[in-house]
Design a binder for this molecule. Sequence first.
Ligand code: HEC
Ligand code: HEC
Ligand code: HEC
Ligand code: HEC
Ligand code: HEC
Ligand code: HEC
Ligand code: HEC
Ligand code: HEC
Ligand code: HEC
Length: 411
Amino acid sequence: MTILSVLFAAFLPFQCHAAPVKDQCVICHATLGDSHQAILKSFSRDIHREVGLSCSSCHGGDSSSDDAGQAMGAEAGFVGAPTRAETPKFCGKCHSDPSAMKKYNPSLSVDQEVKYFTSVHGKKLQAGDSKVAVCTSCHTSHSIRPAKDPSSTVYSKNIPQTCGKCHSDAKLMGSYKLPADQVAKYTGSVHGKALLERGDTAAPVCNTCHGNHGAVPPGVENIGHVCGMCHAHNEEFFKAGPMAKAWEKRKFHICSTCHNHHDIQHPTPALLSSDNGVCRKCHLAGSAQSKAAGAMKAKVDEIEGSYKAAEKSILTAEEKGLDMAEARDLWDSARMSLFQAKTAVHAFRPEKVAEAADPGIEATAKARKSADEAVHEFGQRRVGLGIASLFLTLLALGLYLKVRDLESGQG
Ligand code: HEC
Ligand code: HEC
Ligand code: HEC
Ligand code: HEC
Ligand code: HEC
Ligand code: HEC
Ligand code: HEC
Ligand code: HEC
Ligand code: HEC
């Protein structure tokens, strides 16, 4: 350390201890070309800089020397820029070391490198393919931000773009015989619209289903069960249903076989149609299974129909200023039944759908009846009022004529 830097340190007591006061790496690189300026500029917002780390924390070397040879010498442990194959270990130097990370953030996990090597990316890298994603493909090398920061490449809304750098590259993906349409399909799906258009962070994005580092997220032994993390009832019904065993044996995906995985759309009862519904992919027209589908469709159609009809009646009554609070309550309870009936489709037994739908059908019938009756009564009251006012008018007219008669008799 030079005398100058000791003085500097004394005058800057709040300078973080891990960042050398006079960082020769920064000072010299600031005099180099544009690409180096760009690195310094991005690094000014990097999380590593924010916690007091600097160039030499990752690259090694002697940051107190202003001599290039010494600062970046092998003796000082300089490692330079890692190749893609070297990157996991380069980052893992700290991120796989609990004692190194504990000092900064004890709650941050230290399993990224280990998990990475269980993913398709990691396995391929190990086999010598350097076109797969490594740490810096997803995180960048000098503008690394935590996932919760909206400007991070791994912030939920930015994930499709981050993965899309490679997965939307048709030429690159073609060489692996993989489609390059995942981002486009996801963007138009129920999940993509919920997250990207409405900001609903409960909806999954690429890494929710595929994992950040590992092949699949924690607690899910296989991607077949990833949907059940959020759609638990659908999975429960399916697993207790008549197809679970046969599908497991055949390795059919328990959800995407019917819904797809990237371009999932809002399901409607048309999926149960006996002509071109989803069941017809495997079951013949007229089979017991197709009949079951038809019976379920009829039930869902019935509750949807009665639900809509009740809504119309309630609105008509409300437009006339009538109080429909009770009918609204009934109608709300029917909405629950409607959702439950659609979920119960996944038992693939018509009686299960009926069990969920029937209370709703009954409630909507009641709601509709009370709304219709209120409107009817209102109409009758109007007619009664009309008759009464007509009668009064006639009476007044009679009186007037009578008075006029009397007056003219007198004259
Ligand atoms: C006196 C000037 C000077 C100092 C001090 C210096 N560097 Fe460099 N560094 C250079 C030059 C010049 C290059 C080559 C630039 C080029 O090729 O564009 C370079 C290249 C690099 C590279 C790229 C190497 C590669 O493999 O491509 C890294 C990483 C790097 N320096 C990091 C550091 C770190 C870390 C320190 C401090 C420990 C440091 N430098 C100190 C001048 C310096
Ligand atoms: C979090 C670790 C980390 C820190 C801190 C870091 N670098 Fe790097 N640096 C990398 C990685 C990883 C690469 C390899 C880049 C790549 O392949 O995209 C790299 C590459 C480079 C290169 C080669 C040119 C390039 O872009 O590939 C230079 C020069 C460089 N770093 C300079 C610096 C300087 C100067 C600092 C301090 C201001 C710094 N680095 C801080 C991780 C780091
Ligand atoms: C010298 C040790 C070191 C190296 C090498 C290192 N990191 Fe870090 N990294 C840290 C520390 C310390 C933090 C801050 C932890 C905190 O305070 O939350 C951090 C934070 C991060 C975060 C944000 C974590 C969060 O809070 O969400 C990411 C992402 C990250 N590093 C990725 C990388 C990548 C990618 C590399 C390799 C290019 C790398 N790191 C290399 C020490 C290191
Ligand atoms: C395919 C993309 C991808 C690759 C490759 C990748 N990461 Fe990540 N990483 C993510 C995503 C996505 C998140 C955060 C997700 C979240 O929390 O929402 C993340 C989070 C992190 C975090 C924060 C703590 C945590 O585990 O959530 C650290 C640290 C980190 N990564 C380091 C690394 C290191 C080190 C490597 C290389 C061994 C690496 N990452 C490789 C995508 C990737
Ligand atoms: C740097 C480019 C790159 C980035 C960024 C990238 N990947 Fe990949 N990924 C690849 C390549 C190349 C393969 C092909 C490996 C193979 O299948 O042989 C692959 C394979 C995959 C596979 C396995 C496909 C299969 O069935 O074989 C999944 C899943 C995947 N990536 C998901 C993601 C997700 C999710 C992200 C973002 C968080 C992401 N990738 C980011 C390059 C990338
Ligand atoms: C709702 C969960 C989910 C989301 C979100 C998701 N995937 Fe997938 N992905 C799957 C499933 C399930 C498969 C099929 C796996 C299988 O058949 O083994 C798959 C397959 C893949 C494959 C293999 C090739 C293919 O298209 O079948 C790649 C690559 C991939 N996904 C990348 C992505 C990327 C990139 C994103 C974000 C734009 C994404 N996935 C979003 C669940 C999801
Ligand atoms: C991280 C939680 C999560 C995961 C994992 C998930 N979903 Fe979703 N899903 C949601 C949310 C939230 C919505 C509601 C989006 C909206 O508001 O339209 C939704 C909506 C849906 C819908 C539309 C429902 C409707 O009535 O329009 C279907 C179908 C669906 N998901 C199927 C799947 C399948 C199949 C998978 C697995 C490949 C899956 N989901 C994985 C959270 C998840
Ligand atoms: C054999 C085909 C089939 C399979 C397998 C299947 N579904 Fe469905 N799913 C349907 C049909 C048909 C509907 C539409 C019901 C309606 O609107 O009448 C539906 C509706 C839905 C809905 C909207 C209704 C609700 O429950 O909110 C979601 C969400 C859903 N499915 C998720 C899943 C998930 C998650 C899985 C896997 C555990 C799955 N589905 C497996 C056929 C299937
Ligand atoms: C991907 C193919 C596939 C699709 C799609 C499919 N099934 Fe099945 N289903 C099977 C297989 C395989 C079996 C078990 C073998 C068998 O009994 O035929 C089965 C069995 C059944 C059974 C039990 C039959 C019995 O005798 O116990 C019913 C009920 C059934 N399916 C209804 C449906 C309905 C309703 C749909 C649409 C919502 C549907 N399936 C969609 C493949 C499929």
